[in-house]
Design a binder for this molecule. Structure first.
Ligand code: F0G
Length: 454
């Protein structure tokens, strides 16, 4: 069955078609770091699903209706009404993107020395906690360790471990559940796990928050995989997830299908006061939070569109199609396939490369050289421990490559092209060279490092 996208294309943008020689020059000039490439050198960009989606005609027209009044703009009230309807949270603010919400919430809630416990923190989330002198503790469930199993909810938190941490000596400021679990292979969190974790947090008097960047995709997978939820709509599941939590931070660049925007929302009025002060001091007035009126309009519209079952089904099918093409070509990926990305198992494809030669990075680089496809490594380059000279001290648990699929952007032919390029690489994997670091900054290494093939 072909993927039946429930939309057609009205506006198109050319994509660069380049030669291998061009790509070799471009990548060498970029120090072999895909983050240093210009978009004009990239044919299919699977680096991120964040802010890279295509707007609908309704979003664009909503944007034209944007009210750019400084305070109390009409567009703010539309945004507020839509978010309130979806989440039920009484105190909510727009922010410029997810990490702004994280910074404000953690500044208001977390004291130095305190801990934030979650299923798996996203990297900016962890950074915001650590900058404030806190500690981010990941407690992924046991099933997450097996990349090949088809366990349906590998994004769950380990409930026994959560209970143990909350009963232990550490001072826990909050529990934060990331739905879906981006750091953990884009795997969903079940409603059963979410409710149980919320109950444990509540029993210990600890606030329970969501990182809801991909709330609709998590809800879709719940309707597909969780007994008791198969006759619910994604919207109903999402509403329930928000209501059992004390608030959320969210990058709306994902599941509001916009280019910029985020959300901070809380139930507690005292916490709300603290957050609002920080928001006004650093993001913008409470009715725009660093965004334009047109952004608020497009966000509100996107939040209504994203829970449409036909859209979510087509998106999930497209991602599964990429994983199937990869498997048919001989490349395994983290099972079961989620919605926003396919996580390729580069370590298994390139056994001739030890972690110190960065097999995930090598596969990502090869995808660019062979086909102009840009994607991100999630392996020892990003997550391993290195010494000052850039030598690997401790490898990451897995060597993965994330193919993040932008929303409503690429057609089935584009995805087939990705599958073909991958299969071509898999025909002769030993030809793929390893890499070594020539420049490794101590902070935010993967964004700024430079490498060379060896
Ligand atoms: N939380 C999660 C789960 C995310 O995936 C991201 C961003 C953020 C928070 C931060 O949001 O970018 O709006 O400030 N993820 C992007 C990605 C960058 O490619 O996965 P932001």
């Amino acid at each position: 069955m072909p993927i039946m996208e429930p939309y057609r294309i009205k506006v198109v943008e050319p994509i660069p078609i380049t030669t291998r020689e061009h790509r070799e020059r471009a990548l060498a000039a970029a120090g072999y770091n895909p983050f240093n490439l210009a978009a004009t050198d990239v044919t299919i960009d699977l680096l991120s699903d964040s802010g890279t989606g295509a707007l609908s005609a309704e979003q664009q027209s909503a944007g034209l209706r944007g009210d750019e009044t400084y305070a109390g703009a009409r567009s703010y009230y539309r945004f507020r009404d839509v978010v309130e309807g979806l989440t039920g949270y009484p105190h909510l603010w727009p922010v410029h993107q997810g990490r702004a919400a994280e910074r404000i919430l953690f500044t208001a809630l977390l004291k130095p020395g305190q801990v934030c416990v979650g299923n798996t923190h996203f990297d900016t989330t962890r950074a915001n906690i650590e900058i404030l002198g806190g500690q981010a503790v990941d407690l992924p469930c046991q099933a997450a360790k097996d990349l090949d199993s088809d366990a349906p909810f590998k994004g769950d938190i380990d409930l026994d471990a959560l209970e143990a941490v909350l009963s232990g000596p550490q001072d826990v400021a909050l529990v934060l559940m990331t739905i879906t679990n981006n750091g953990g292979g884009g795997q969903p969190v079940s409603m059963g796990n979410l409710k149980a974790a919320a109950a444990i947090a509540r029993r210990h008097g600890v606030p329970f928050f969501l990182d809801a960047a991909r709330f609709a995709e998590n809800a879709w997978l719940v309707t597909q995989r969780e007994p008791g939820y198969t006759d619910r709509t994604p919207r109903e599941v999402a509403e329930e997830a928000f209501r059992i939590s004390d608030g959320c931070v969210a990058s709306l660049k994902k599941d509001a299908i916009v280019h910029i925007g985020g959300l901070l929302a809380v139930k507690d009025p005292e916490l709300a006061q603290k957050c609002e002060l920080l928001l006004i001091a650093t993001e913008g007035f409470r009715t725009y939070g660093g965004l334009a009126g047109r952004d608020l309009e497009m966000l509100a519209q996107g939040l209504l569109e994203v829970t449409e079952p036909s859209y979510l089904r087509a998106r999930a099918e497209a991602t599964a199609y990429v994983a199937d093409l990869a498997a048919a070509g001989g490349v395994d990926s983290v099972r079961p396939t989620g919605v926003h990305a396919v996580y390729l198992n580069a370590g298994r494809l390139l056994p001739h490369l030890p972690p110190a030669r960065f097999p995930g990075f090598a596969l990502a680089t090869e995808l660019y050289l062979a086909g102009g496809i840009r994607c991100a490594e999630l392996g020892s380059l990003y997550l391993g421990e290195l010494d000052d000279g850039g030598n690997l001290l401790k490898a990451a648990p897995y060597e993965l490559v994330r193919l993040a699929i932008p929303r409503r952007v690429y057609t089935q032919s584009h995805l087939e092209y990705v599958g073909e390029v991958l299969a071509g690489i898999a025909q002769d994997p030993e030809r793929v060279p390893g890499y070594r670091l020539t420049h490794a900054p101590p902070l935010l290494r993967h964004f700024n490092c430079r490498l060379e093939p060896v």
